[in-house]
Design a protein around this ligand. Sequence first.
Ligand SMILES: Cc1ncc(C[n+]2csc(CCOP(=O)(O)OP(=O)(O)O)c2C)c(N)n1
Ligand SMILES: [Mg+2]
Length: 896
Amino acid sequence: MIIDGFTHQLPDTDPSETQEWLDSLDTVISAEGPGRARFLMAKLIERARAQNVGVPASVSTPYINTIPAEHEAWFPGDEYLERRIRRFVRWNAAVMVIKANHEADGIGGHLSTFASSAILYEVGFNHFFHGKGDGSAADHVYFQGHAAPGIYARAYLEHRFDEDDLDRFRREIGGGLSSYPHPRLMPDFWEYPTVSMGLGPINSIYQARFNKYLHNRRIDDTSESRVWCFLGDGETDEPESLGSISLAGREKLDNLTWVVNCNLQRLDGPVRGNGKIIQELEAMFRGAGWNVIKVIWGSNWDPLLAADVDGVLVNKMNSTVDGEYQRYKVEDGAYVREHFFGPDPRLRKMVEHMSDDEIWQLRRGGLDYKKVYAAYKSATEHKGAPTVILAKTIKGWTLGPDVEGRNATHQIKKLTNQQLMGLRTRLHLEEEIPEEALAGDAEPPYFRPPKGAPECQYLAQRRRSLGGRIPKRRVDIRRPLTMPDDDVFAEFDAGSGKAEFSTTGAFTRLLRGLARDEKFGNRVVPIIPDEGRTFGMDALFKELKIYASQGQLYEPVDHDLLLSYVEARDGQILEEGITEAGSLASWIAAATSYATRGVPMVPFFTFYSMFGFQRVGDLIWSAADARARGFLLGGTAGRTTLLGEGLQHQDGHSLLLASTVPPCQAYDPAFAYEMSTIIRDGLQRMYVDGEDIFYYLTLYNENYVQPAKPAGSDEDIIRGLYLWAEAPESASVRAGILFSGTAHRAAREAQSELAEHYDVAAELWSATSYKRLREDAMSAERWNRLHPDEEPRLPFVTEALSGVGGPIVAVSDYMRAVADQVGRWIPGRFHPLGTDGFGRSDTREALRRYFEVDTGHVVTAVLSALAAEGSIDASVVADAITRYDIDPDAADSWTT
Ligand SMILES: Cc1ncc(C[n+]2csc(CCOP(=O)(O)OP(=O)(O)O)c2C)c(N)n1
Ligand SMILES: [Mg+2]
């Protein structure tokens, strides 16, 4: 009991009465044992709860089914046909994986995961999952990645695929079935990438929350959409899996159902050999406010449990650890009789009337479709909390003694035809699969009944009545988006005059402008992880309001201020608290809403750039897979611009990480008009042209006068590079300086210093996206390689810089490798400067000197490159080193 340890702090108004109760308990324990005492205590708690005494919730219950047999919902399906369908699905899933491995040795695939969860999915398909066929928004189903073969096998029975498709499982080059759920590779089929463990679970929570957000903001009616997430018990060890379950409880997400396939095993061995994963999870979920339904025992245990009058069976169930439960399933009925029932004569007696075979047939709850159905039904009817179903299964079930429950089961991807014969027998497919088909080393056949067969008709009819096929990804816009008025962007084109502000400030202003746009505004989803004030977004709290499903139940301390903290049920801002993972999951839900719900939303997630790609990079990768469309804004960007914060905060590499994500459009704008031009183009490309890309823009917190946009620069701002300032005419030796972000200052000062002291005429170029430039150059390079007889193409970066007429120095607040991405396509000598190494807390000035990206270093780099070319004398470089007080023997910033 969790009240242990604090009752002595409460006043005892009648000590002798207290003593009587305690004595009674002691008597029960000594006379009838702890089992009886536990039972009485549970009864008392139940009664107290019924009388509204307000007893603290206990976090665990005995190791039995949550729903008692007598309260189980009646199973409405055709048991015979559903069993047949399951068998076909099981067979085809196994054959598909085996064939993939026959034909291309080692191509992989998983047999055991789906073998353990086939019933969990089939009950869903036949009775619960709502499809989009009738034009509605449907359910959101997150399938466990490794169960993909089973999902394909069912789609085959539905005639969505043919044998040829199944034969191309994992042969993705040229369009085969993808190894796991990847919308990027199968955009008409999969919706949610799940195979990186933990991401499906956290995304499903935020999807369910986002559905409530859409509903409360009256953008879309999501009341009929349920989010289902299937996950492995081993997967729950990922911090992302359980890290946000309290949000689901707090937000009362009764539109969310999780099904944890508790087959007690992960890849290497047992999940909790020395404990019980179901009990552990139950406690965590109950503590987080979830409705927990344990489905541990199949129907044939019901009579035994009913006969367990003295609780010995439940005691044995409670005290057996998962390692033993796993062991029972690799042995046989006699072993179970001996080791589970045997040690206690009362238990042994309980199964006396049963044969070893009958004991062996005692089923686990997650392998009993009636129990699973009852659990799903109860989950979908539960109000006020999310539900988790903890379903106990057997890994590799039906695949035979060499596979079932074995520690190596997860990795087994081949079965001999001999083993397949066994599977055929266990699945009762003797008629469907002729014996000779498995003779020798013949390729095993798939099986699909003809379209008119009762199984096919039943299956089709069930799906029709549930709104059609699942999974199915479809971009069918139910609620179209109207683009914002151009004025919102144009306001940045004239520059800021004398006023100084940062690109972050400019972005916040743009965000407000977008949110205010009459037609477009309500589709904007501003997302922040407890950093709104850092980015100056507290200005939006009052105007746009912070989303809170319960509204605001208190008067905020700053209620009388202009910028007060206003929460509302229809609030627009998602202020997620300190969780970049959760914020990103919200962003993904919004960024994929155009496809998952047919309602395009435009999310802007602003975060500390250091805690983005580095911290939640895998989620960003999965967003790219999911074809997310939206904006990621790396605030407080740069290793020297964010002063004072130090090594853990100062980001000099997120742009490099962003470059690794194929559809990510990574930009490092220097000026407000660049930022607004990029965002305007992004809206066009993603929401009008329908490109499956997303944007990453750095935002800096350094204030300066924002210049006006040079005429005609739009296209090249987007392409990644444009001439920002001509070289001064008076000087004679030529060079070029590329700048990005806040490094424009050093570049501009260097330009005048070079002209004034060294007679060097440097052009200034703004490099907004090295990633973009690199991709263009790689395309040109590849085209040239493969078209030897044609006129070679010139990469844009080469063409743009061809007239510089001297060496080129690049400078940015990011590590050199960012600019180095285009190094080999720069005409002439190229010398990038950047912020390689760990950040330090100090002033901007000191940091820029330390990382050698300040004016003096830019000047010196240009002169050094000119000297190397022989255009000037080396003594000039030495002069600059002295002039700018540079320590030539300082250690490299990346080695210290
Ligand atoms: C983030 C991540 N780490 C590791 C893996 C590799 N992996 C694939 S399946 C698996 C074991 C899964 O066990 P469990 O979650 O219990 O699922 P089961 O197959 O037992 O249903 C592992 C470690 C992965 N897919 N993702
Ligand atoms: Mg498992």
